[in-house]
Design a protein around this ligand. Structure first.
Ligand code: NAP
Length: 305
């Protein structure tokens, strides 16, 4: 048997329970991971609240958690790329990573280097893949100026540091508590809210070439005004994207590939992922509550075992 966080109805964090479940069996192309740490994402509580269910009730108990780090525990039929005992990190195949055991597709994992702890490794896959994908979709080039909304959140801070490493100038929106941190990672901080356009113009008189919205809290009109056209703006969080003619990037690319590209920058400390707080697995509900408050500097991580 194994243990997993499950919920049987959509709702607030109280629906989450730690329960006994059968050990998951890896299918072809999958491995089973003995989980050591799980990254918590806003997507976890959005799914738990039923935001994507279109009014349908939950059919069967569901898990939570889309990224993990741990040790390969068993491999599915035909899998030769991984063997039991290897430390790995990457994306869950089940959206049930908050568990003692979970499954992952072989190409959604990367070997965890010794210098990275399980907690640090579990904090990376979703933010790294998303930042890497969206900066490429925007076509960011060396020498350009990029505006990042929610720049102190996990995706935002990763995008800031990647863009800096790729030779861009970066302006990031955040609450004032996070301004010193944004300066540390190489962005010019600007407070979000009314008057944003003027504040950005004051720090970037050269103008803004591109804007990445990782906030989803009404930043698109200002982004369009500053960048000068919908093709220069991309959101990962604003459901009103189509109303503004802006692209919404939602489909993950290969996580293993993005992690492989970005890992050297993490190893050389050019990309850092702060961990705001860790919780034990049985306090997954508290981790979801903190994520829902929406004012993080980096990631929340669940520690397993
Ligand atoms: N489409 C995709 O592929 C994809 C992938 C990953 C994530 N997402 C979505 O992208 C969003 C960001 O994810 P994440 O993991 O980075 O979230 P997160 O770590 O929870 O980000 C929270 C950040 O939002 C900032 N924030 C709060 N209110 C704000 C406002 N009014 N304006 C600007 N920033 C504000 C906070 O900054 P302060 O503390 O400074 O207030 C905080 O740093 C979420 O909605 C998530 O669901 C989408």
């Amino acid at each position: 048997m194994s243990q997993a966080i499950r919920f049987s109805a959509y709702g607030d964090a109280d629906v989450l329970r730690l329960v006994e479940v059968p050990l998951p069996e890896p299918a072809e192309g999958q491995v089973r991971v003995a989980v050591r740490a799980v990254g918590v994402n806003p997507l976890d509580w959005k799914i738990r609240r039923g935001y994507f269910a279109e009014g349908e009730p939950l059919g069967a108990p569901a898990g939570t958690g889309i990224e993990l780090a741990g040790v390969v525990d068993a491999v599915g039929p035909g899998v030769t790329a991984w063997r039991p005992g290897q430390p790995v990190f990457g994306r869950s195949a089940t959206r049930g990573a908050a568990a003692t055991h979970d499954l992952a597709a072989v190409d959604e994992l990367l070997e965890k280097p010794e210098w990275l702890s399980f907690e640090q490794a579990a904090a990376l896959p979703v933010a790294v893949e998303t930042a890497y994908r969206t900066l490429r979709e925007l076509g960011l080039r060396e020498g350009q100026t990029l505006l990042v909304h929610a720049a102190a959140g996990a995706v935002g801070l990763t995008a800031v540091q990647l863009a800096r490493a790729w030779g861009a100038t970066v302006i990031g929106t955040a609450g004032e508590r996070n301004h010193a941190f944004l300066r540390e990672i190489g962005a010019m901080p600007v407070t979000y809210g009314d008057g944003l356009v003027e504040r950005v113009r004051a720090v970037a008189p050269q103008g803004v070439d591109l804007a990445l919205d990782a906030s989803g809290r009404g930043a698109l009109p200002a982004s369009l005004e500053l960048a000068g056209g919908p093709e220069k703006v991309l959101t990962i969080a604003d459901p009103a994207a189509a109303d503004h003619g802006v692209r919404f990037s939602a489909v993950p690319g290969p996580t293993g590939e993005a992690l492989r590209e970005v890992l050297p920058l993490i190893g050389s400390d050019r990309v850092r992922m702060p961990i705001e707080r860790t919780f034990p697995l049985d306090r997954a509900a508290d981790a979801h509550r903190l994520s829902e408050e929406g004012h993080l500097q980096g990631k929340i991580v669940l520690k397993v075992g």
